[in-house]
Design a protein around this ligand. Structure first.
Ligand code: GLC
Length: 586
């Protein structure tokens, strides 16, 4: 049975990057028993689902997103018994476990690829193998079949002498893409998903799942951007419907990670009638600080563009009956608090740190959709700002550091860029306490802890009135308690020429939902203002029809300053630096 948006709007999910969450055995790497030991903490946040990044056997070239066996647990993360216990204990606390399925590609160490290499033609048909351009015949590689670049730098094609072909890898060279046109591949993946469903998981996140359907012919792409060409490919909707139907997961929580996607496709992925997914992650709002669209060129975030993206996706998904996953952070992104805090990146914890963290929380948690909290976001974790490239671990960071040096950047400049853009910025150990290694491990952590852990940690914020942690609990509670937050429609406002760095929107109940709210004394409308400006500014709110938004008589229910901002006539509000406020009307 497809879920109603009413259910989806009440849900809050939490993402765990297992490698960095909690280490139970002192090897410096987080694990499943570590997660189980923190379930009371997770339940105390009020969240409903916990998405755990891949813990399947893997050579860890891409930290587990290179899977060598879909149906087992990597010993470094624990055992299948540990997993079963985690599911049981989570359930006992009302939490559902969501697994991260990486079905677009395998690791080169997966048995399927190994059999392909050994000459088994059946498994050679599991992958995307092509002859080179201009090849003189068997054994001569020629040139790669197309100019596509992979996500982590370099060609997306690798010549494999044992196959006498090039194989496609949209990500690392150790992650060959599966050929979903082959029904045997789809059968095998259905079995994988079904087996985890049968073990009691409550939902799935599907990794780069809009890249599963490749075009029929591989032609050069402008700028080598094969990802654009592959995204939302010809059979993607049909494959997703088939997977959901045959694996029997239509009533479970599902979210797809959609790379370089379109609104139109995302409406289709998530509108209940399509029977595909419940919701999607798109990344357009996290590219507003890419100069010329290039992640490795720094730029201050363009807030006008950010507002436009939120409006397009918020109102557009609503109009089409689709559903957004709402988020700022994940294991592939620098910390939003460092990114949007106006200090140019690397791990700051200055006077506006708390204001920025809470403002960002309000901005997404009050929108229409299902919010995801990424581990450490709820306590305000920042980028670590490592002092040398040796401290970074991620394959993408290492590759691009080298590429930037090759392009003529100085080591200092390249390090500064990596410091702001590395995926490792979001992968530092969870800061549990002021103890050594932030209480994450008793051993040597696989990646360094951010230097501010002595102040920014769960223990310090646990019983501290006004802490970020307390604020995040409040955000979750608001969504659970107020149907205007979980169910209301969304409409973005214009904040006026004096407030170019302000994002403002309204949520509103109508019809029976409004009547029910009114009868219960609950609000029927909420007005949300978020300033991304380090300076004070004056917002003058207008709807899309140009009419002023009346704020008189509204009641403040949440904000990151102790009192309400000064509201003047006809929709005008004086906002303090990085101020965010939620007003409601009953
Ligand atoms: C997704 C994951 C990322 C991984 C990539 C390849 O984007 O979130 O961590 O590297 O897919 O699997």
């Amino acid at each position: 049975m497809a879920r109603s948006t009413r259910d989806l709007g009440k849900i809050v999910a939490y993402q765990i990057y297992i490698k960095s969450f909690c280490d139970s055995d002192g090897d410096g790497i987080g694990d499943l028993p570590g997660i189980t030991s923190k379930l009371d903490y997770l339940a105390s946040l009020g969240i409903d689902y916990v998405w755990i990044t891949p813990f399947f056997p893997s050579p860890q070239r891409d930290n587990g997103y290179d899977v060598s066996d879909y149906c087992a647990v990597d010993p470094v993360y624990g055992t299948m018994d540990d997993f079963d216990e985690l599911v049981r204990e989570a359930r006992a606390r009302g939490l559902g476990i969501m697994l991260d399925m990486v079905l677009c590609h395998t690791s080169v160490e997966h048995a399927w690829f190994q059999r392909a290499l050994a000459g088994d033609e059946r498994y050679q048909r599991f992958y995307i193998l092509r002859d080179g351009r201009g090849s003189a015949g068997p054994g001569d590689p020629g040139e790669p079949p197309s100019n596509w670049q992979c996500a982590f730098g370099g060609s997306a094609w690798q010549w494999e002498p044992r196959l006498g072909k090039w194989y496609l890898h949209m990500h690392d060279v150790s992650q060959p893409d599966l050929d979903w046109t082959n029904p045997e591949v789809r059968d095998a993946l259905v079995d994988v998903v079904r087996s985890w469903r049968d073990r009691g998981v409550a939902g799935f996140r599907f990794d780069v799942v809009n890249l599963i359907s490749k075009p029929e012919v591989f032609e050069d792409a402008p700028g080598g951007n094969g990802r654009r060409v592959v995204a939302d490919g010809p059979h993607v909707h049909e494959y997703l419907q088939e997977l959901v139907e045959r694996a029997g997961i239509g009533d479970m929580l599902t979210v797809g990670e959609m790379a370089s996607t379109t609104l139109e496709d995302c409406v289709r992925y998530t509108a209940p009638a399509s029977r595909e997914l419940n919701m999607v992650f798109n990344f357009h709002h996290l590219k507003v600080d890419y100069r010329g669209g290039n992640k490795w060129e720094l730029m201050d975030p363009d807030i006008a563009r950010l507002r436009e993206v939120f409006q397009t996706w918020g109102e557009g998904m609503q109009a089409g009956g689709g559903w957004n996953a709402l988020f700022w952070n994940n294991h592939d992104q620098p910390r939003a608090i460092s990114r949007f805090g106006g200090r140019g990146g690397a791990g700051y914890e200055g006077s506006s740190w708390e204001k920025v963290g809470k403002m960002l929380g309000i901005c997404t948690h009050l929108m229409q959709g299902t919010p995801y909290i990424y581990q450490g976001e709820e306590i305000g974790m920042t980028n670590p700002g490592y002092a040398s490239i040796e401290e970074y671990r991620d394959v993408e960071s290492k590759n691009y550091y080298r590429i930037m040096l090759d392009e003529g950047k100085s080591p200092a400049e390249a390090l500064r860029i990596v410091g702001e853009r590395s995926r490792d910025d979001g992968r530092t150990p969870m800061q549990w306490s002021a103890d050594e290694h932030a209480g994450f491990t008793t051993g040597e952590p696989w990646i360094g802890v951010a230097p501010n852990y002595e102040r920014v940690n769960v223990a310090a914020e646990e019983d501290a009135p006004g802490s970020m942690l307390e604020f995040y609990r409040e955000l979750v509670r608001l969504r659970k308690e107020l149907s205007v937050v979980s169910e209301g429609s969304v409409r973005f406002y214009d904040a006026g020429a004096g407030a170019r760095r302000v994002i403002a929107y309204e949520r509103e109940l109508s019809g029976e939902a409004a009547d029910a709210a009114r009868a219960a004394g609950e609000p029927v409308r909420a007005v949300v203002l978020c300033s991304f400006d380090a300076e004070p500014c004056e917002a003058v709110l207008r709807g899309s029809d140009g009419a002023a938004v009346e704020l008189a008589g509204l009641e403040r229910v949440l904000g990151n300053y102790h009192d309400a901002p000064a509201a003047g006539a006809a929709g005008s509000v004086e906002l303090r630096p990085f101020e965010a406020v939620v007003f409601v009307q009953r």
